[in-house]
Design a protein around this ligand. Sequence first.
Ligand code: ADP
Ligand code: MG
Length: 405
Amino acid sequence: MKKTNFKLKKKYYIGIGTAIAAMITGLFWGNPHVAVMDSTFILHAFFLASFSFCLVLYPIFKSRIMKAVTLITASAYFYTIFFLYPDTWSTFIYICLIPAVSIFFFDSVLFYFTLILNSLFITSVFGYIMFNRQSELFFLTSQDVIGNIINFLGSQLILFVLYYVTYLRIKRQQDDYEHIQQSERIKTAGQLAAAVAHEIRNPLTVVKGFLQLYEQDSSYNEETKKHFALMIDELNTAEKVISQFLTLSAPSKEVNMEKIKVKESLYSVTGLLHSYGLLHANQIKLEVEEECLIAANQMEFKQLCINLIKNAIEASEDGDSVLVRAKRVKKNVEISVIDYGKGMSETEIQSLGTPFYSLKSKGTGLGLMICFNIVKKYKGTIRFQSVKEKGTTVTIQFPLYEDTV
Ligand code: ADP
Ligand code: MG
């Protein structure tokens, strides 16, 4: 990274050095003011020096202030030579190109600002030339002031289109790149999880097999057998979780789609959370409309809701309640999980769904990754709105049952 930076800087300085050399040559070559050293020469030299100075300093302080200062000196320089050499038409081209300097900085605000300001400024300059009878001085420009203005505005329009198209292209590339990186990470984590889950399943099966044998064995008393039954039960749950995880990490696998009554599902999920003692002193309030039906796998849908509600509870203070709302919105079912807990910043929201991203001491950082997978699988959407210290609203939407089947 450092090396490419260094190479880039070197190229920049070679380019800028050549441009400055050309401008200095322009100052001295065939310039009648050089011999007399009059105010025209001094002003020209001064603005050229300040512009060059900014260009040289720019890579060292790449701040927005530095960019703005460079732009101002560039404008000052180009406008100065436009006024100092009224009989030279080529100075007009430089003025047209002022906004291009901010294309180089790739700063939208500065670009639009310069574009508008430059257009206003040149129009007033030409107005001044036209109405104040400066035509003798600006002989070439005043031949066709209106035509010049139109040409000028045309050049600014071209710059605008150039900038805008380039901007869109780069933005799309950036988005694609981020998307690829994200799905790559999810894939890696999924494969890792699948491998681990697979390794755990085998020993579980062996242990369960022996327990089933012992359960039949009459040499154990009834009390012990009850324990065996309990152990087998727990092992069954673990197996279920593991196979679910395996289906998640292989998303292409077909799962049976069911008609899910969101209301029933949500009641059973909250019941489950109660019985696992996950609620502490928190309450879950349900506000669910009747006819919310979606098509998905029941287990996966429940897992999605459990993960979201668990996060909401974990973010809340003891005693605060969590609101779960479900309603129909056009041809979708919208489910929101609302908490009044610690919330997240914009950057935290952007990291959500990244495998192992967790701010909790005992978090796994896999919950939301699984949620994102489930939502994607059933063509739904998930959205996070959050304000730090105020709370979070997670909104998921799924297509309504009738539409999908
Ligand atoms: P885990 O819960 O194991 O940490 P998750 O993937 O479920 O993993 O969540 C990742 C992180 O996202 C959490 O550690 C937490 O910082 C943040 N988060 C998720 N939901 C909320 C919420 N409702 N409020 C505040 N932070 C949240
Ligand atoms: Mg979680």
